[in-house]
Write a protein that binds this ligand. Structure first.
Ligand SMILES: [Zn+2]
Ligand SMILES: [Zn+2]
Length: 268
């Protein structure tokens, strides 16, 4: 299996947008022969080039909500996913599927929307099948004004989920039951709580109630209190250690910009 996860940005929130102390490019998933770019925030196109990934290979575009660290570069990513834009008669080549909220669709120009084969207005609870990948929207509690969703990718051999930005809530764990790999947006360390995001101490009991236990957890989308302008130090290593000690998950990985991981190494 050649499936791979590529971190194009382990940062989230406005301080990382401003400083790029941690990049804000989202991540690539290469699954079942499909290259997907999820949540391309500011600089995503720069990071693709920096980490020697090929934007032309992307055919599945996903933006989970209308926050700038998740949608900013989506038009650049759509435009960069083809070598040529149109034939000599200016007929535009249609390529790729965009899955996002109706709000984000409204933020993208018709020019870019018309480059796509299909635009899927997506929300929690929805299911979409694409080339033997079942994509399911999961619930988030995040912004009071912007709709959003997390995602499950169900494949024949494994399933992988991405929480997107969310705080914890009653059924958080239930919706990830049966998942092998979880990518968790963990903005804050220890008990530094936030009304719109999760912190380590809050999430631990929820992670422990995912049944059966996850094979691997990747924490990412770190905010400025985790590492950066407003933190005394980089708290990521201590959070990885804490999660290793206090959860039933075999493997915990703290994301770094440019990190490339083979999916089969996350499944053992
Ligand atoms: Zn975010
Ligand atoms: Zn957000």
């Amino acid at each position: 299996m050649k499936d791979q996860l590529v971190i194009l940005g382990s940062g989230g929130g406005r301080h990382h947008i401003r400083t790029q102390h941690r990049a804000t490019g989202g991540f690539l998933l290469k699954i079942n022969g499909v290259q997907a770019h999820i949540d391309p925030g500011p600089g995503a196109i720069v990071r693709l080039n920096q980490y020697e990934e090929d934007p032309v290979k992307t055919e599945l575009f996903i933006t989970t909500h209308a926050h700038v660290d998740h949608y900013n570069d989506i038009s650049a990513i759509i435009e960069s996913s083809r070598e040529t834009l149109h034939d000599k008669n200016y007929n535009y080549h249609k390529k790729g599927i965009l899955l996002t909220t109706p709000e984000v669709v409204g933020l993208i120009s018709d020019y870019h929307l018309n480059m796509l084969e299909k635009v899927v207005r997506f929300k929690a609870g929805d299911t979409y099948n694409y080339k033997d990948i079942t994509i399911i929207g999961t619930k988030v509690i995040h912004s009071p004004v912007n709709e959003g969703f997390g995602i499950i990718f169900k494949l024949k051999e494994y399933s992988l989920a991405y929480t997107s930005d969310t705080m914890v809530f009653d059924d958080f764990a239930k919706q990830y039951s049966g998942i092998n790999i979880l990518i968790l947006n963990l903005l804050r360390p220890d008990s530094v709580t936030c009304k719109r995001h999760a912190c380590t101490d809050e999430i631990i009991p929820y992670l422990n109630s995912i049944e059966p236990p996850l094979n691997s957890l990747i924490i990412t989308h770190f905010g400025s209190m985790m590492d950066g302008p407003r933190s005394k130090r980089n708290f990521v290593p201590s959070q990885v250690k804490k999660l290793q000690e206090k959860t039933n998950i075999k493997r915990i990985i703290g994301a770094e910009d440019g990190l490339k991981i083979q999916i089969n190494k996350l499944l053992v």
